[in-house]
Unconditional design. Structure first.
Length: 243
């Protein structure tokens, strides 16, 4: 299937005056911890040593699977500690970053100000239960790295999210596999790929599939809407489960 230290130096990477700089040069974000849910609890005793965050997040692989993010508007649906938001910015995306935790948003706002990131590159918004707080066709891609089981009003949320993503309505979900891992959320917050599809599908996403081997410890799901034989994408068969 094809799917589609010094503080001055760090600040200069995202300053408004350099919003049009080559994104490939914006690579100085320090390593972060995992996203919000991924910080919660170790996966269990007997696991192999945890890799560094940049090792196991593998954002280059993720963004390539997303079809590239340079020049595209990406919704980071639940920012957590901001790891993915910063990596998206480094890769050249315009990011609309949301969370339902005001503490996460305040931390990201402070970071944005300290780094001189302009509004044209990063918009920060409060999310509410059951609503992503996006306008129709506002983003090219949506990325969800929060465990689906922890999202309130899941059915309403994904139903309202779909029309906010431009055709073919590409949503990418990264969640931890339901197995012992050296980091990640509690086991009761995890689910397998089929259960994740069952949460997203009722939102109107007609073609959903997963990769279980691309990213360490996690599965990667793409959900989209098939647009027909002459359409824009080659969609995954519903329920596909790919290595």
């Amino acid at each position: 299937m094809r799917l589609i230290a010094a503080s001055l130096l760090l600040t200069s990477l995202f300053a408004c005056s350099s919003c049009t700089d080559d994104p490939a040069q914006n690579t100085s974000t320090p390593p972060e911890t995992a996203n919000a849910a991924a910080n919660a609890t170790p996966g269990g005793a007997g696991c192999p040593p945890a890799r560094t965050p940049d090792d196991w997040h593998m954002v280059d692989t993720l963004f390539a699977t997303m079809g590239g993010v340079n020049g595209r508007t990406v919704a980071d649906l639940f920012v957590g500690d901001g790891y993915y938001t910063m990596k998206l910015l480094e890769a050249g995306a315009r990011v609309i970053a949301m969370d339902d935790d005001p503490n996460n948003l305040a931390a990201l706002e402070a970071r944005k100000k300290a780094m001189g990131i302009c509004d044209e590159r990063l918009v920060i918004r409060q999310a509410t239960p059951g609503a992503p707080n996006l306008a129709a066709n506002e983003v090219d891609i949506a990325l969800c790295t929060r465990e689906l089981l922890t999202i309130p009003d899941q059915a309403a949320y994904f139903r309202k999210l779909l029309p906010c993503i431009r055709s073919p309505h590409n949503l990418f979900v990264v969640n931890f596999l339901p197995e012992q891992t050296p980091m990640g959320p509690p086991m009761e917050q995890r689910m397998d790929e089929i259960a994740a599809m069952d949460i997203v599908g009722p939102g109107g996403f007609s073609d959903i599939g997963t990769y279980s081997k691309k990213l360490p410890y996690r599965f990667l799901m793409q959900a989209q809407v098939f647009v027909g034989e002459a359409g824009e994408v080659e969609a995954m068969p519903t329920g596909a489960n790919n290595p």
